[in-house]
Design a protein around this ligand. Structure first.
Ligand SMILES: Nc1ncnc2c1ncn2[C@@H]1O[C@H](COP(=O)(O)OP(=O)(O)OP(=O)(O)O)[C@@H](O)[C@H]1O
Length: 247
């Protein structure tokens, strides 16, 4: 059976103020999708809804063929607490928590897996470094190493390339493309339309409501981008008349 994530009349929000309105669309298994839209369009809110940290105000998210434990999530950098005193090795090892539990010890095979993941993101030699001492790009590499170990079927990335250099971005895009070729389903919130056009076959454009979803070349049109900006500006200036009303 093929898996999918179906959004049915989905409305998500905060204190009953909707940030994503009446979304109806479906993400198919194995797709590589960029989620785009202006600031405040509801992109991060949609990922939080998929992670279960926000409950729908209305409608449903139906994960057919995906178990909750098979979903990996990379939050925006600004939401990650880097003051916590752990090393790169500890952070990356957390990717194995499903197999070893929160306080389990790493056996030799697991230690090799962790070293391989650290090597795959180019951080060999950084194992003992506290995460608070890493640059933004090094931290993002460490978080991708943790994702590699999670071995998830569905990977959700919130602005994975913010504040990183071009080389790091190329390396991380390669990891994402490998996930895609392995048949994993990947959704990434992105702002760089050129990057989306060259590496992401599918795009979902949001402006609180769905603007368009489908092959990237049909979604990333000047007309859709203009409409998305207009819809978001209307929402931000007069939220009470934004689109359809929530329940
Ligand atoms: N914790 C929160 N409490 C209240 N409102 C929130 C909260 N988080 C987000 N919002 C509001 O919900 C709306 C959508 O925010 P969201 O972060 O999903 O947008 P986004 O498309 O990811 O934006 P950006 O591109 O700026 O990151 C915005 O109006 C935002 O102010």
């Amino acid at each position: 059976m093929t898996a999918s994530v179906a959004f049915q009349n989905l409305t998500l929000g905060y204190d009953r103020h909707p940030a994503v309105h009446h979304l109806d669309t479906e993400i198919s298994e194995g797709s590589l999708t960029a989620i785009v839209g202006p600031n405040g369009a509801g992109k991060s809110t949609l990922l939080k809804g998929m992670m279960g940290s926000l409950s729908p105000l209305e409608g449903t998210i139906d994960f057919s063929g995906f178990e909750r434990e098979e979903i990996a999530y990379l939050p925006q950098q600004s939401e990650i607490d880097r003051s916590f005193p752990i090393s790169v090795l500890d952070l990356v090892s957390m990717g194995l928590w499903r197999e070893i539990g929160a306080f389990g010890r790493l056996g030799r095979a697991r230690r090799t897996q962790v070293s391989d993941a650290i090597a795959a993101v180019g951080l060999t030699g950084f194992e003992k470094r506290p995460i608070g001492s890493l640059s933004g790009g090094q931290m993002q590499r460490a978080l991708f190493a943790r994702l590699l170990l999670q071995d998830a079927k569905l990977v959700l990335l919130d602005e994975p390339f913010t504040a990183i250099d071009a080389k790091t971005m190329r390396d991380l895009v390669e990891i994402i493309e490998n996930w895609h070729s392995e048949g994993r389903t990947v959704l990434a919130v992105l702002h760089d339309y050129e990057l989306v056009g060259s590496h992401f076959p599918q795009t979902l454009m949001l402006a609180r409501e769905l603007v368009a979803h489908g092959p990237t070349n049909t979604v990333l049109t000047a007309e859709n981008r203009f409409r998305a900006r207009q819809m978001c500006e209307a929402c931000n200036s007069t939220p009470h008349i934004c689109g359809k009303s929530a329940a």
